[in-house]
Design a protein around this ligand. Structure first.
Ligand SMILES: Cc1cc2nc3c(=O)[nH]c(=O)nc-3n(C[C@H](O)[C@H](O)[C@H](O)COP(=O)(O)OP(=O)(O)OC[C@H]3O[C@@H](n4cnc5c(N)ncnc54)[C@H](O)[C@@H]3O)c2cc1C
Length: 315
């Protein structure tokens, strides 16, 4: 069975890795490597940290094509080449909203650290904004963190918000709540938009009004039996996170194999999952179902998760 996977992040890399050897897999990505994005804020403190894994290291039995794809309902187009498929996985993720300095890849962080002055404004107090502000404070920047909500980490339990705010204030960060920042002048951590400009033709009908790909409970793109979508690009109402993208990938891979065997597909069950937020290089917050605690243990847990993901791809 010919499977084309577009996007080599958490979702796409895992699908490609699990189907290689069992299907004829082609992975298309804009970069020649997988990037461990949850470690981007850590890169502020430790710019030399290795966060990339070349796709070739784990994709030993599949084909890799590097470039930007255009995705149609019956083929994928790349650098003038046409890739046909029996099954397609859309895993193009989401990118930063327009305006401001983005923190989406290794080069963004390097540029940020190089170009920033002594005083920095960070827009958005979700987990990315909190992690970036903590990293910048650790390297000695005078940071102002502006969040439009009444508390930081507003999707997590209140206790987590309190822990984050107290930690940041103790590091000298000015925390401004209930105000909107002028994002153009800030490091922008205000959320993402789906990378679906590459979706063309009939497949565009599967996009919702915000540009997310509509999927059913089996992660099939609405209206198509053999096209799946995983990760941040989907319209699933849950946290857009690496761990969710990884779990989608596991369901989509099984469903592609089920498609070949004409077996019933598995269902993806979305639920609340534990969250780890880093606060600089040595501290963090763990939050799950109303429970939250901070300190060094969550920082160690976050490193353990990174190690587990690396093992899942390389092992
Ligand atoms: C700073 C930061 C910190 C984060 N921290 C955490 C964390 O602690 N925990 C957590 O769970 N999540 C975290 N996240 C979120 C996590 O990174 C995303 O949820 C996850 O990467 C989503 O995986 P994905 O596979 O959907 O997309 P991505 O990992 O974004 O991968 C998408 C891939 O598709 C490629 N692509 C896009 N368009 C095309 C095209 N047309 N052709 C070919 N390739 C294309 C992109 O280049 C990219 O390689 C963080 C994100 C950021 C930015």
């Amino acid at each position: 069975m010919k499977v084309v996977v577009v996007g080599g992040g958490f979702g796409g890399a895992r699908v490609a890795k699990s189907l290689q050897g069992r299907c004829d897999v082609t992975l298309v990505d804009t970069k020649p490597c997988f990037e461990y994005t949850p470690a981007l804020p850590e890169l502020i403190v430790n710019p030399g940290k290795e966060i990339q894994i070349p796709h070739r290291e784990y994709l030993t039995e599949g084909r890799l094509v590097v470039g930007r794809a255009r995705v149609f309902h019956d083929h994928v187009r790349m650098n003038g080449e046409r890739l046909d498929f029996d099954a397609l996985v859309v895993a193009t993720g989401a990118g930063p909203k327009r305006g401001g300095m983005a923190v989406k890849c290794r080069e963004d962080v390097w540029k940020l650290v190089e170009e920033l002055g002594e005083e920095v404004a960070v827009a958005g107090g979700g987990y990315v904004g909190v992690e970036v502000a903590a990293g910048l404070a650790e390297i000695g920047k005078k940071v102002r963190l502006i969040h439009s909500r009444e508390r930081l980490l507003h999707t997590l339990p209140e206790r987590a918000s309190g822990l984050a705010e107290r930690f940041l204030r103790a590091q000298g960060v000015e925390v401004v709540l209930g105000e909107r920042a002028d994002v153009k002048r800030c490091v922008s951590c205000t959320g993402t938009v789906p990378n679906t400009a590459c979706i063309k033709g009939r497949l565009r009908k599967a996009l919702d009004e915000k540009g997310f790909v509509r999927v059913d409970g089996h992660l099939r793109v609405r209206g198509f039996e053999n096209i799946f979508a995983v990760g941040d690009v989907t319209d699933i109402r849950e946290d857009k996170s690496a761990q969710n993208a990884f779990l989608h990938a596991s369901v989509a891979s099984r469903n592609i194999l089920a498609l070949e065997r004409r077996a019933p597909p598995r269902e993806y069950r979305s639920r609340e999952r534990a969250t780890l937020v880093s606060l600089g290089s040595k501290n963090g917050i763990f939050a799950y179902r109303g429970l939250a605690f901070g300190g060094r243990i969550p920082a160690v847990m976050k490193k353990a998760v990174e190690w587990k993901v690396r093992l899942a791809l390389r092992g």
